[in-house]
Each structure stands twice: as C-alpha cells, then as structure tokens.
Design a binder for this molecule. Structure first.
Ligand SMILES: [Mg+2]
Length: 111
C-alpha cells in the first residue's frame, strides 16, 4: 500500500512489527540485543556509504535501516511506550537545556 501521508513514529513502529511478523524475523525480548547491534551496523553502513560518496539515496536508505531497528527494539523493550510522546518529551527537554556544547556554547565562552 503506497504512503499517502507521513507516518508518525508509532505508525512506523507498527509497520515494522508487521514486516517482522510477515518475514519471520526475531520477535521476542531475547532478540533485543541483536536488534540494537544491527542498528549500529546499519549506522556504520550509512557512514561508509557517505564516506565513499555513494548516491545520497543509498545513504538515506541505510539511515532508514537504523530507524527500523531502533523502533523495532523499542517496541520489544517498552511495548507500552508511545514513541511520538517520548520524542516530543525529549525534544522539549533538549530545547530547554542551557548551552553546554556546540557553537552556542563556544560563542558564549568567547564573549
Ligand atoms: Mg543496510
């Protein structure tokens, strides 16, 4: 079914669950460590793709693989967590933090 709208993290998580069940991938708490490991591996593939100057679409696809594994692990780690709410909560937390790192912090130090 083609996408007609941008999925939320929760919708994406359900789509991934559907994929995992349809393909017979690991679907128990015992599979959590592997899913987290695979997320790292996909992140490495994204870095390698970018480093080698591959088509940006390929690097983006690897980043989506990372998201797949992260969301898949999240539903096994915390079946009742709402990842959209968790995202908003963490976003607000980070936005509310004082400058500690990055250019904003450096320019404050320099000033
Ligand atoms: Mg990949």
């Amino acid at each position: 079914m083609p996408w007609t709208a941008v999925p939320t993290l929760e919708e994406s998580k359900r789509k991934i669950e559907e994929l995992v069940k349809a393909k017979g991938f690991g679907n128990t708490p015992q599979d959590i460590p592997n899913k987290l490991l695979f997320a790292f591996i996909e992140l490495g593939e994204a870095g390698d793709s970018w480093k080698k100057g591959k088509a940006v679409e390929e690097t983006v696809e690897e980043l989506i693989d990372v998201i797949f594994y992260v969301l898949d692990a999240s539903r096994l780690i915390a079946p009742n967590a709402n990842m959209d709410e968790a995202f908003e909560k963490k976003w607000a937390k980070n936005m509310g933090r004082p400058f500690q790192y990055g250019e904003g912090f450096r320019s404050k130090q320099a000033g």
